[in-house]
Design a protein around this ligand. Structure first.
Ligand SMILES: O=C(O)CCC(=O)C(=O)O
Length: 203
């Protein structure tokens, strides 16, 4: 597999966590091929959440794959993991090789266009353990990814390219929120894979 060599040592956070953006780790043609396969083979479903007693169904679609048939609860709804597809396993191995971290699950997001995004949050559910590493592979439309410190409100931004890799680790989830802002300019889809390590609440 063709890989791009990047300087992987630069932390884009000034303090309180570690976020490394590797840039493009897959050649464009390879990334195009994965995007096509992911759009067509993943069991995409609209995401659901119960917020202040209201049942919300997002336009953004999600899917959840893992080593075992884990169940995972966030936003007061429970998701059940599907077994890895061939391509997801290939991408998990690539991510593990480049980051040096191991993962046992992947939450995927499909944003059909820039009308869909993700609000400020941190991935601090109990099932993920405290401050575990989360690696994010991006395919399709380039989108801005923003981080905001919980106390100082300091912000950092990075544009996530097609075929790129980013990792959040250290105390990032404890100290920083992240989001994917909406943008009227984006007319094409983006698929994001976040590789995670579940440590509890698995059934
Ligand atoms: O799509 C992205 O890059 C962000 C995804 C995200 O924030 C998450 O899955 O927690």
């Amino acid at each position: 597999m063709e890989l791009f060599k990047q300087d992987t040592t630069t932390n884009i956070l000034p303090y309180g966590g570690e976020v490394i953006y590797y840039g493009k780790v897959l050649a464009t043609q390879k990334a195009d091929n994965y995007l096509d396969i992911l759009l067509n083979t993943i069991e995409w479903k609209n995401d659901e959440a119960v917020i202040f007693g209201r049942h919300i169904i997002t336009k953004r679609k999600v899917a959840w794959y893992a080593d075992n048939e884990y169940s995972y609860t966030y936003s007061n709804t429970t998701k059940h993991a599907l077994p890895w597809t061939k391509e997801l396993l290939q991408l998990k191995k690539l991510t593990e090789k480049l980051t040096g971290h191991q993962f046992n699950s992947c939450l995927l997001n499909l944003y059909h266009n820039g009308d869909e995004g993700m609000a400020w949050h941190s991935d601090d559910e109990k099932a993920l353990g405290k401050d575990t590493a989360i690696a994010s592979l991006s395919f399709g439309a380039e989108r801005k990814f923003a981080l905001k410190h919980r106390e100082s409100k300091h912000k950092e931004e990075v544009i996530l390219a097609h075929g790129s890799l980013l990792i959040m680790k250290g105390a990032t989830q404890s100290n920083w929120l992240h989001c994917l802002p909406k943008s009227k300019k984006i007319k094409t889809p983006r698929v994001n894979l976040t590789f995670r390590t579940m440590v509890s609440n698995m059934q």
